[in-house]
Design a protein around this ligand. Structure first.
Ligand code: SAM
Length: 210
């Protein structure tokens, strides 16, 4: 069941990567301001992990100008596009729930619009892993859905491929972050241009304790 879900997400992004990229705003001011805020105080060359990096626009590309970025994505086509847009990043084709980084490998972790595709029963364990990969005091910036939903669209945005999502609502995602050992520094609903036009997501900046 979970494997079928993940396979559908991977195949879906392989097929719609270009259409999805065409919806991205290259210098989206909210994303860039959030990234600036996340990385303020980090030395250049700090290690940053981008989970579900997609084609790398705009976040991975912005991060790679100053930091040593590892971008992870399950879709080979997305990574092909990312390698063109962000040649400096280390790109890894993997399911983000199956990664095996050493503890305290990263100064910061980001995940934009990606954990919403991971089967939600796996969110608690994934958050614990992210917390383990971060150095003490390291920050995690991610976008979460405001409402809970699990399901499939047969022809996402009319792009010719099915897509699946699986997520809790914002309150539950914040509770899971707390349970995984994160302190929430800021949680704010913000509207940016996305695949469906203007979209509102819960932007959460959290910090690893200890
Ligand atoms: C909506 S796109 C977002 C891409 C990019 N972060 C952005 O904001 O433009 C979601 C990305 O997450 C990736 N993804 C979904 N499930 C994943 C998983 N289990 N492991 C790694 N990547 C995953 C998809 O392949 C896709 O590229």
């Amino acid at each position: 069941m979970r494997e079928a879900h993940k396979q559908a997400v991977e195949e879906g992004y392989d097929r719609v990567a270009e259409q999805y990229l065409a919806t991205k705003v290259a210098n989206d001011p909210i994303t860039l301001a959030e990234l600036e805020n996340l990385t303020r105080g980090l030395p250049s060359g700090a290690a940053v992990l981008d989970l579900g990096c997609g084609a790398g626009v705009p976040a991975t590309r912005w991060l790679a100008r100053r930091f040593a970025v590892t971008g992870v994505d399950v879709s080979a086509r997305q990574l092909e596009l990312a390698s063109r847009h962000v040649p400096a990043a280390e790109l890894v084709k993997a399911d983000m729930t199956s990664l095996d980084f050493e503890p305290a490998s990263f100064d910061a972790v980001v995940a934009f619009h990606s954990i919403i595709h991971v089967p939600r029963a796996e969110h608690p364990a994934l958050l614990e892993e992210i917390q383990r990969w971060l150095r003490p005091g390291g920050a995690f910036l991610a976008t979460w859905a405001l409402g809970a939903w699990e399901g499939e669209e047969e022809d996402w945005e009319g792009w010719g491929a099915p897509m699946r999502w699986s997520h809790y609502d914002g309150e539950m995602s914040l509770a899971l972050l707390r349970e995984a050992g994160f302190a929430t520094l800021r949680a704010e609903a913000r509207t940016t241009r996305g695949a469906r036009g203007d979209e509102t997501w819960l932007w959460v900046l959290a910090q690893k304790g200890g």
